[in-house]
Design a binder for this molecule. Structure first.
Ligand code: IFM
Length: 441
């Protein structure tokens, strides 16, 4: 199956997961620095202090990106490097990104920048974080600086990565920083993140800037484990909680009423929604970013917040326990096309974690190769069906800090020896390179 000449092949990372240099050049802590220091939050009490030491080794990593042959590299900016304190702009932090992006551009690599990939400055969290509407102004101050300093070098801007994780997983489930377990707080966070997205897009347009701008959602196609009425209800709730809660305001201008009712029955109120908010959230973008990893199979669970739990699935799984489900990837995009948008879609993340073994200087990660091939075949098929997928970013370039799983899960095309910081290209690196060269799978 062929990809057309304009199709963008890419690879992605994020700041906290790879940079390290946690206290250099005036960077102050993010919520992840705080969270990872509290016992029980992150496996083995790992943290991002050093991570892949990318801050000092970005030149070596750019050589790898060049060798891989991708058209575009997706990275994120660490807000606490740019504004380490309220109102204090830090040119040294910006310099790091300027140098790195300049280097990428000189090597002919396009750059996609995510403005928020979860490393909220701790000082913003101390002011109430995303729960406080007024704090959106602080984000706008930061994004304006990024736009004015970097726009001429950047090809594509992503306002937020995976708002479901930054809101629900972090503030209702408590698995990610800041580790709250409060659904009312999480709904405010989700709303303010979406609102900030719309405001940032407006800000960008007001500045007269012309690159592409959009948002990245993590989406999962949801299936009921049986045909029973209650299991189907669970599937509908899961879809509402995970997918529709974000897609509907972005493309239809409201939250899904079935899920609003469900939350209202849990004593959530919706006072945080102000007149005109949905018009802002719906601000027209240039693309939709979709991160896809797995399908969800669910069953009715009367004890759960959304009356739904994961069901036993017979599908083969990656090391992190996620179903390998390339066909359902096609179902997902079909649903997005049918119900929500005809904007160009970038697959801004897709990848898999495996127990990689380094043997005689090699990592033979055939499972990762298989996952990559199946998902790229699915993308090619989607384009045959006319779904207009304009690019695909593999997650991730390097093994890195996998949030609450610490360094135990490896997603990279490049193996990182965390003791020596040596980088070793895995079999999947060479296979992806070959696919990119041939534009064919
Ligand atoms: O590592 C994460 C990334 O930060 C966001 N999307 C999912 C990846 C794998 O869990």
């Amino acid at each position: 199956m062929k990809f057309n000449r304009d199709f963008i092949f890419g690879v992605a990372t994020s700041s906290y997961q790879i940079e390290g240099a946690f206290d250099e050049d005036d960077r102050t802590p993010s919520i992840w620095d705080t969270f990872s220091r509290i016992e029980g939050n992150v496996q083995d009490m790992d943290n991002g202090d050093v991570a892949c030491d990318h801050y000092h080794r970005y030149n070596e990593d750019i050589k790898l990106i060049k060798e891989l042959g991708v058209d575009s590299y997706r990275l994120s900016i660490a807000w606490p490097r740019i504004f380490p304190e309220k109102g204090k702009y830090n040119p040294k932090g910006m310099e790091f990104y300027k140098n790195m992006i300049t280097e990428l551009k000189q090597r002919g690599i396009k750059v996609a920048v995510t403005l928020y990939h979860w490393d909220l400055p701790q000082w913003v969290q101390d002011l109430g974080g995303w729960e406080v509407r007024e704090n959106i102004d602080l984000f706008l101050q930061y994004t304006e600086k990024c736009f004015t300093e970097l726009d001429d070098l950047v090809d594509l801007w992503i306002t937020h990565n995976e708002p479901w994780c930054a809101s629900i997983l972090s503030n209702a489930i408590g698995e990610h920083a800041p580790g709250k377990k409060d659904i009312s707080a999480a709904l405010k966070v989700a709303h303010h993140i979406l609102l900030s997205h719309g405001m940032v897009v407006r800000q960008y347009h007001k500045l007269g800037l012309k690159k592409q701008i959009g948002i990245t959602l993590n989406l999962t196609p949801v299936y009921s484990s049986t045909t029973s009425f209650v299991d189907k209800l669970a599937a509908s709730n899961m879809d509402g909680y995970f997918n529709r809660w974000f897609l509907e305001p972005l493309f239809k201008g409201a939250y899904p009423m079935d899920i609003v009712n469900l939350y209202a029955a849990r004593n959530c109120n919706f006072d945080f929604i102000k007149d005109g908010d949905f018009d802002i959230i719906r601000e027209k973008c240039d693309f939709l970013g979709v991160n896809f990893y797995n399908r969800s199979l669910v069953r009715f669970d009367p004890m759960s917040l959304i009356l739904c739990s994961g069901a036993h699935s017979k599908y083969n799984k990656t090391d992190i326990g996620w179903d390998i489900s390339p066909n359902e990837f096609i179902d997902l995009i079909k649903m997005v096309r049918a119900r929500y948008t005809d904007l160009p879609i970038y697959i801004t993340e897709n990848g898999s974690a495996w127990l990689d073994v380094l043997e005689n200087g090699e990592v033979k990660d055939n499972e990762r190769i298989n996952y990559l091939e199946l998902h790229l075949q699915a993308v090619a098929k989607m384009n045959e069906l006319g779904f207009n997928i304009v690019g695909y970013y593999y997650w991730s370039l390097l093994d890195n800090f996998e949030w609450a799983n610490g360094y135990s899960q490896r997603f990279g095309l490049v193996y990182v020896n965390y003791d020596t910081q040596e980088r070793i290209k895995k079999g999947s690196f060479y296979r992806y390179k070959e696919i990119i060269e041939k534009k064919c799978i």
